[in-house]
Ligand binder design. Structure first.
Ligand code: KG4
Ligand code: ZN
Length: 464
């Protein structure tokens, strides 16, 4: 345990001349008898049979004294869905590199993510993406302090590719591993952008697979105020774009946003979802059906790409796009309004609403939510579009946040077998549900759900 701990610690000072371990710590290391270390991150990694050596709480003060945050350099790897991403970020938030390889051609071909194809596409580029991230940062893996990787939620087949790469690299270079929750990463990247953003704050996380309204109490401690009962908003954008015959090569969202600018958002009166449910949950399945019906009644043929449509046909498609977008976002606005009210009852001191995830890169979404936030005397924190869509920076940064709290796993063995059963969490809630806000409309599919990140961290804290 001691050798692994001291090598971990020495690695943290990489950018300084090789440090001599301060006397107090070196004597502490010498005198430290092998004893059970209380793992703070261990439950996150339930299969980590090698997790015998962890940074103990008792050593954390020494580590803090030894290491400045600036000296940390973390590689983040993200493969939970259709983007293969890697980035290197320094502990002070400096982004040293960022690489994203998207599966645009596959998206366009299948009109969505096909897991097996996506897995293959990740496997083909993962080595190259990680190498490019290191090269652009002017570093080698030897220079890293740790590797952070998304373990869920997402598609198992895809998650596995990133986790396998992360563990291989970490095993070869004796680096600690930090397991990351994809939605927490979308949320926390806002703290890299806005250094004034302190807990507690609220977050609306909107992506292809998730719609979450959360109250972030503290790092790793989230209350879920609302989630989707069926589809996420990104899925509704993607399907609407596909049915309107739009170019899906950058995913449906950006194409729909563009076309909507030409249309009349009041021309089709779609009804806003879940008006009768006075909670903070979301539903987009019904709106998708309404869009489908409108497309049918306007005789739009998705086989004819928008680029070949007549001007009248294009006008109809633009009207549907704009009307869809208005109602899809109105649903977000209404839920945010109520969630702010709820959150203030729990935490009167909140000052910020973070909006992140792929759909948050949409300018109309940002403008409408800016309005909601102003009305409620809060401040909007919305990362730049490149950091809203899936990226490695958010994973590396979230890794840094947890690493600084002593939450990480020790390096995997260098000779870990390719068939090793990784701890992947395809369906993994971020926070505990706000009990007073529980809705009858919620039909949570409970099968194979892991305990939430928050409950895992809370129970490990209680054991200390
Ligand atoms: O967070 P993300 O990159 O991946 C997931 O975690 O799902 O989000 C992807 C989603 C897709 O559904 C995509 O269509 C949507 O974000 N998206 C947008 C825009 N850019 C990406 N939706 C609306 N407007 C955009 N500009
Ligand atoms: Zn995402």
């Amino acid at each position: 345990m001691l050798s692994s701990l001291s090598s971990t610690i020495s690695r943290l000072n990489l950018f300084c001349p090789k440090p001599s371990i301060p006397h107090s710590l070196s004597s502490c290391l010498k005198t430290l008898k092998p004893q059970p270390i209380i793992p703070r991150w261990s439950c996150l990694h339930s299969l980590s049979t090698h997790s015998t050596s962890r940074l103990s709480t008792s050593l954390k003060p020494q580590l803090d004294a030894l290491v400045s945050k600036d000296d940390l350099v973390v590689l983040g790897i993200e493969t939970s869905c259709d983007d293969t991403a890697a980035a290197v970020v320094r502990g002070n938030g400096e982004i040293l590199s960022q690489v994203v390889s998207s599966q645009a051609d596959l998206l366009a071909k299948y009109g969505g993510v096909a897991p097996k194809m996506a897995e293959e596409a990740h496997s083909q580029v993962i080595d190259q993406v990680v190498q490019e991230a290191l090269d652009k940062a002017n570093l080698t893996a030897r220079n890293l302090s740790a590797v952070a990787v998304t373990i869920g939620p997402g598609l198992s087949l895809c998650l596995r590719v990133g986790v396998r790469k992360a563990r291989k690299l970490a095993g070869s270079f004796n680096l600690p591993i930090i397991s990351i929750h994809h939605m927490e990463a979308h949320c926390l990247v806002a703290r890299l952008i806005e250094r004034e953003l302190e807990f507690p704050f609220m977050a609306l996380l909107i992506s292809g697979g998730h719609n979450l309204l959360i109250l972030a109490h503290d790092l790793g401690h989230y209350i879920q105020l609302g989630t989707t009962i069926d589809d996420a908003i990104g899925e509704a954008y993607d399907k609407t774009a596909k049915w309107l015959g739009l170019d899906m090569s950058r995913s449906g969202g950006p194409a729909l946003e563009e076309l909507a600018r030409e249309g009349d958002a009041e021309s089709i009166k779609f009804s806003t979802p879940m008006k009768q449910h006075r909670d903070c949950n979301f539903s987009y399945a019904g709106l998708k059906t309404q869009v489908r019906l409108a497309i049918g009644s306007h005789n739009i043929n998705a086989e004819i790409p928008i680029s070949s449509a007549s001007s009248q046909d294009r006008r109809s498609r633009a009207d549907i796009a704009a009307s869809f977008q208005r109602v899809a976002v109105l649903h977000l606005e209404e839920r945010c309004d109520r969630a702010i009210e709820w959150a203030r009852k729990i935490e009167p001191s909140i000052k910020h609403l973070v909006v992140s995830g792929g759909v948050a890169s949409n300018q109309y979404v940002r403008a409408r939510l800016e309005h909601v936030v102003k009305k409620n005397n809060l401040q909007l924190v919305c990362p730049p579009p490149k950091l809203c869509t899936d990226n490695g920076v958010m994973v590396a940064w979230t890794g840094i946040e947890h690493f600084c709290m002593g939450r990480f796993d020790p390096p995997p063995p260098a000779d870990e077998h390719e068939d090793y059963v990784y701890d992947l969490r395809p369906r993994w809630p971020l926070g505990e549900e706000y009990a007073e806000g529980r809705s009858e409309a919620r039909s949570l599919r409970t099968a194979r759900i892991h305990p939430s990140l928050t409950s895992i961290i809370q129970s490990s804290l209680q054991q200390q």
